[in-house]
Design a protein. Sequence first.
Length: 305
Amino acid sequence: MSKIIVGVDESDRARDAVALAAQLARGSDAELVLVCAYPYDDVPGRAANAGYRQYLREDAEAAIERAMADGGMPQSRSHLIPEVSPAKGLLTVAAREGASLIVIGSSGRGGAGRVFAGTTAERLLHGAPCPVAVAPRGLHAREPGDIAAISVGYNGSTEAKAALVGARAIARARGARLRLVEVLDAMWMGTPALMSGPGYILTPEDAEERAHRYLAEVVSSLAADVPTEPVVVVGAPERVLAEESESADLIVVGSRGYGPHRAVLVGSVSGRLVRESACPVIVVPRGIEAPLEELFAAASPTQAV
């Protein structure tokens, strides 16, 4: 059985994370594992205090109970872990459980209806063994709905292809439509690059036309079971994708194409996007080629990208 790890604490963001996890779990056989890390180090030492540890554990149990009190949850269980770093606690459980997805809520510092990936999210994105989903603040209070429109950030990289595989797995199971979005960086487009070959210059118009052709070819090579629209936009990638989030139900992006294996560098487009998105964001760490497919095993087989 596939597992979705859900980060829980005493705040409303835990309710946002549970709401998103329950939404993503529909249409799959996934089990939700609600994880609450309480700030205690179990390594024996002079600071050991069994009474204080029990007090923190009881607080964590109460947080789990509050999160599970919301209705509409699929099959779930809870896990309490003594760990000073919530991110490390979530990663530990995710690795132990062989998780398919980690879901967390947004930092309370962000505006309502927006994702703000605080310290826990950023640390998770640096070392997650599976994709990480971040819920925008206040998601639990929204009218429950399905995932009908998914946008995928795409640039032809291995990481972008993995994001597309994951997005198609969700879309196929939920009957959603995809927008495959390639963003041509406006700064690069403002300075035409000299290409190899005597006297040849790739103008911004040429680059945009080439991108349209390439993305159309990518879409035409996919199975027709998921309606997919190719979209090419000139602009700042994080701003364009943030605008996409205003009309999408979910955005899926891959990590930067370099950096630590199975990590997302927070300075990348994906790292900045999770601070600005108006809808949930799933980030696929590099090194994962077929993300989310195991969550939707009952769906039709995924086609090669």
